[in-house]
Structures are given as C-alpha cells and as structure tokens.
Design a protein around this ligand. Structure first.
Ligand code: NAD
Ligand code: WQD
Length: 334
C-alpha cells in the first residue's frame, strides 16, 4: 500500500514515515523543504533501511502535485505540510491562510481528480481555543486564538463539507496535543528555525548552552504550581497514531476528529524538572509575564482514539525528555 506523505521531511512527518516504512508501507514524500531539509529523508532511509521516493514540490502549485498521482498508485494521503508558527501567523495572516488553506484545497482537488479519497489531516488541539472544561473531548466547542488556529478550524470545516459532498471520502482529523521527543536513534527530531517558540526545544537549547535561560511564561495561573498545564505526547506515539488512523479509514464514512494526546497534563515546572532528571543538566530559568493567548490548562480525553483507532500513547514524560535531549546533544549546537 502506498501512502503519500505531504510535509514528510518535517518533524512529525519524518517520524511517521519511519513508522510507516517499518510497518511495510511504501512511502512517497511531497515537501517543499520550506521548514525542513532533504537530508532528513536520507536519515529516515538509514533508520529503516528502506527507500523513499520524494518530490520537492510546493503544494500551492497543483501542477506539481498532479504528476505524483499519475506516477504512483496512491492509496491514502497523510497531510502534514503547512505552516505552524503561532506568532508568525499573527504577523502574516494572509501568508498562513494562503499556505495552509490553498495547499489543502489543491491537494484534495488533485486527490479527487485521481479517485483517491482517503485522507489523514494534521489538526491541532489549538482548535479548542481557551478550554473551559478539561479533559477535552472531540465534542468540545471550537474556537481560535490566532490565525494559525483559525486555519486548522477552517480546514476541518472544509474537509467536513467535502466529506458530506461525496460519501467516498474517508477523512481523519487528528488533533495533536503537544508533541515533543525524538526518534530513539537520535538521528531525527525537531529542528526549529531561529529562536524556538515551544517549550521543549527551548529547554534543550538552554541545556546545550545555545540559550542562557528559560523564560517561564507566568507562574500565577490557577494551577497547583502556578504554571500552565499541557498534554505532552511523544512524537513516536503520535506517529503510530497516524498508522492506526490510516488502517481505520475504512471503518467509518465522512470526516472524524480524534484527539491524539496522553490524557495526562504536566505543568511547565514539572516538565523542566523531568528534563533535569533525564539529562542531569540544570536549566537556569526565570519567571516572566504570561504569554498572550496561553490557556491555563489543556489536556485530552483520548478515549475516542483508544476505542475507535485502538491507539494509546505509551511513552512517559521521562522518555520524551531523554529522547529530546539525545537528539539535541547529538547535533551541532543549533
Ligand atoms: P514542520 O514544519 O516540521 O513540518 C511541516 C512540513 O511541511 C515541512 O517539512 C515543510 O517544509 C513542509 N511544507 C510547508 N509548506 C509547504 C508547502 N507549501 N508545500 C509543501 N511542503 C510544505 O511541522 P510539524 O511540527 O512536523 O507539523 C506537521 C503538521 O502538524 C503541521 O500541519 C502542523 O500545523 C501540525 N501540528 C503540529 C504541532 C506541533 O506542535 N509540532 C501540533 C499540532 C499540529
Ligand atoms: C507550552 C507551555 C507556555 C515556551 C503550541 C501551539 C499549538 C500547537 C502546539 C501546533 C505554555 C510555556 C513555552 C517558553 C514557557 N502547535 N512556555 N516558556 O502553546 O501549548 O502549543 O504548540 O498546532 O498550536 O500554540 O505549546 O510549547 O509553546 O508552550 O514557559 O519559552 O510552555 O507558556 O504554558 P502550546 P508551547
């Protein structure tokens, strides 16, 4: 079975390709390398001892996509490609709406033209906005806190409309919570450009001496230690969730949303302390003002994915920290 993976050279995409290849799927990657490097594909091949066909294509140009579907008999598509930086989306909303929406529309039109109707889409827990109840079920109200989040809500809506228009479509909307960690080999992991926006890459860069100290964004939240709580999930568990989602596409019609999280929340201070234990490195930190738009508490109710996809995240926070640190320490200091 052949799976087209858009954005397959990226952080979550590359880990998913490894698991797909290990499970015996043929993998075709379409990536513009806008936020990744072709070397990552070589690393995926080295880890799995399998080969991957890849195309350097921008999904904004559907004329580049079409030949891939003509050349390969694609059974299903996993669509990771897109832009994901929250702050940048506030500064450049049109760039985000254009890239995330148009690339998805182009992809779906091309799929339709070639009679390919199975799609797994990278959505995000950001679609829950500022939750007023946790754990979050898929039925919780959706709202966006920034243009990036709005692209995910819009795309989910587009995909639900598409599924309603033709019952051949089978679409899985995977709402990821906070992916961290890296492959055990230390060969692939998250590679943020410039100053990291997210907690774990910031921590690992402080540990590696690339940055001086971690700013903890607020310690006056209504949580036990005053810092925000999130549902961190190991990227390999997340990757395995995609395999289950692909396998189960035939078991329902339409577009279905699934939370991919552990169901367990940890505070910022708990993550720092788990990282210090896993790495043996102390993280200099300073409490600063809250960051605008941060929800105090967000974690999943993952029971729908457990029941319907037969998937459950298994890796612990300690393992996430060990693997993030192995990845960071195995590379040059960036
Ligand atoms: P990433 O930036 O590492 O990967 C995205 C990939 O898409 C990159 O390889 C990039 O080069 C490619 N890409 C971007 N624009 C493209 C275009 N126009 N044409 C072709 N390729 C293009 O990001 P990631 O962390 O692996 O995230 C993958 C997906 O998951 C994204 O859709 C993101 O919004 C979503 N997501 C990520 C997180 C997270 O915390 N990392 C959480 C929830 C959802
Ligand atoms: C986690 C916690 C921060 C950095 C983001 C996106 C979301 C999704 C996942 C794509 C928060 C605190 C962080 C730092 C800190 N991505 N923090 N110091 O905000 O839950 O989610 O990534 O879909 O859309 O918004 O993750 O890692 O940025 O923050 O104190 O230097 O760490 O305030 O409480 P977030 P994060």
């Amino acid at each position: 079975m052949s799976i087209l993976v858009t954005g397959g050279a990226g952080y979550i995409g590359s880990h998913t390709c490894v698991e797909l290849l290990n499970a015996g799927y043929d993998v075709v990657i379409a990536d513009s390398f806008a936020n990744s490097h072709p070397d990552t594909i070589k690393k995926v091949e080295a880890i799995t001892n399998k080969t991957v066909t890849h195309y350097d294509v921008d999904l904004l140009d559907s004329s580049q996509l079409d030949p891939i579907f003509s050349k390969h008999k694609i059974d299903a598509v996993i669509h990771f490609a897109g832009l994901k930086a929250v702050g940048e989306s506030v500064e450049k909303p049109l760039y985000y709406y254009e890239t995330n929406l148009l690339s998805t529309i182009n992809l779906c039109k091309t799929m339709e033209a070639h009679g390919v109707y199975k799609l797994v889409f990278s959505s995000s827990a950001t679609v829950y906005g500022m939750p007023d109840q946790v754990p979050l079920k898929e039925t919780a109200p959706l709202s966006a806190l920034n243009p990036y989040g709005r692209t995910k809500i819009f795309i989910e809506d587009i995909l639900r409309d598409l599924a309603a228009s033709n019952d051949e479509w089978r679409i899985s909307l995977l709402r990821y919570f906070n992916p961290i960690g890296a492959h055990k080999s230390g060969r692939i992991g998250e590679q943020p450009n410039g100053i990291p926006n997210n907690l774990m890459p910031y921590i690992t860069q402080v540990a590696a001496g690339v940055r001086e100290e971690l700013a903890v964004f607020g310690a006056d939240y209504p949580t036990e230690d005053g810092t925000c709580i999130r549902d961190y999930i190991h990227v390999v568990d997340l990757a395995l969730g995609h395999l289950k989602a692909v396998e189960k596409l035939d078991s329902y019609t339409g577009a279905e949303a699934f939370n991919l999280g552990t169901g367990q929340g940890y505070s910022v201070l708990e993550v720092i302390s788990a990282f210090e234990q896993a790495s043996g490195v102390t993280i200099p930190k300073r409490i600063v003002e809250r960051r605008a738009g941060d929800a105090p508490v967000s974690y999943a109710d993952p029971s729908k994915a457990e029941k319907e996809l037969q998937w459950k995240a298994e890796r612990t926070l300690a393992e996430m920290c060990e693997d993030s640190w192995r990845w960071q320490s195995s590379r040059s200091h960036t």
